[in-house]
Design a protein around this ligand. Structure first.
Ligand code: OAD
Length: 250
């Protein structure tokens, strides 16, 4: 059950802002059938991150790493955006300034119609050449066990951020700039424990921005929240959207 009074509070707070950042994590895509990372059914319960999601692992056993990512890539072909993604695309049209910063690599925000999306951890649909550095969009295509670059023949890798790697600096700078200017941040479906991404909520909090958290359970971001809405993102966000519609815009 969604707490109606908290929902109205969140809508009242968000209703008056003109510059909003949404910061999302795996929980937003859970209802699309994309597994989250932590928790009982999480990806990191089945696989060790050190064995499939680090540059060292790729150097040691690229076939194993590709097997892991090819499995996830192939599953992506079957998943669709859910109401949470779609409402966030509606938010972009409602707020004069809106930036969606996501840790997700599934590309579902863009598929749902969001335009101003900053993908902090890359995108599973893309590959990057380990030789010439070129990036190719291969969403929906089946890749071989050890895919090679069509330009130079070197080994391709998924264009995602692995543990121990730098975030794409342009994306990070744009995300930081967005939270440094926003009046409110809506934190959805993330455990908010992976840095530097999770630090964005702290930056917003230090600046006094309004923080609304939407999650199944309390998270590291909840302590900083002005309002916490507990429930499924695909139910809470549409309900929040309906409340927001009742608020007159300036
Ligand atoms: P996590 O798996 O750590 O957290 C997902 C959060 O979503 C949890 O707090 C869940 O309670 C919540 N959740 C699950 N289903 C939900 C639903 N239907 N509605 C709302 N909330 C729900 O995923 P992230 O926080 O995204 O990084 O993980 C951050 C990063 O850690 C990922 O980007 C990935 C991972 O290791 C890299 O691979 C670099």
């Amino acid at each position: 059950m969604i707490d109606e009074s908290q929902l109205r509070r969140a809508a009242a707070l968000l209703g008056r802002v003109t510059n909003l950042v949404a910061f999302t994590g795996a929980g937003v895509s859970a209802e699309s059938g994309v597994p989250t990372f932590r928790g009982a059914e999480g990806v990191w319960k089945e696989f060790r991150a050190e064995e499939v999601a680090t540059p060292e692992a790729f150097g040691r056993d690229p076939k194993l790493v590709w097997e892991f990512y090819n499995h996830r890539r192939n599953r992506l072909a079957e998943v669709q955006p859910n109401p949470a993604h779609r409402v966030l695309a509606d938010f972009e049209r409602r707020f004069p300034r809106f930036t969606l910063v996501t840790q997700n690599i599934d590309g579902l925000h863009a598929l749902a119609g969001s335009r101003n999306v900053l993908e902090l951890h890359g995108n599973l649909g893309r590959v990057r050449c380990t030789g010439c550095g070129r990036v190719f969009d291969k969403r929906g295509e089946r890749l071989g066990e050890l895919p090679a670059c069509e330009a130079c023949g070197a080994l391709l890798r998924p264009d995602v951020v692995w543990f121990g790697e730098l975030l794409p600096q342009d994306v990070w700078s744009a995300s930081l700039a967005a939270v440094e200017e926003c009046e409110a941040i809506l934190v959805v479906g993330t455990s908010a424990v992976v840095y530097p991404a999770a630090g964005l909520v702290e930056v917003a909090s230090r600046r006094g921005a309004t923080i609304v958290v939407v999650n199944l359970e309390p998270t590291a971001a909840s302590e900083l929240a002005d309002v916490s809405l507990h429930g499924k993102a695909g139910e809470v966000l549409p309900a929040l959207w309906e409340e927001l519609k009742l608020i007159a815009t300036p």
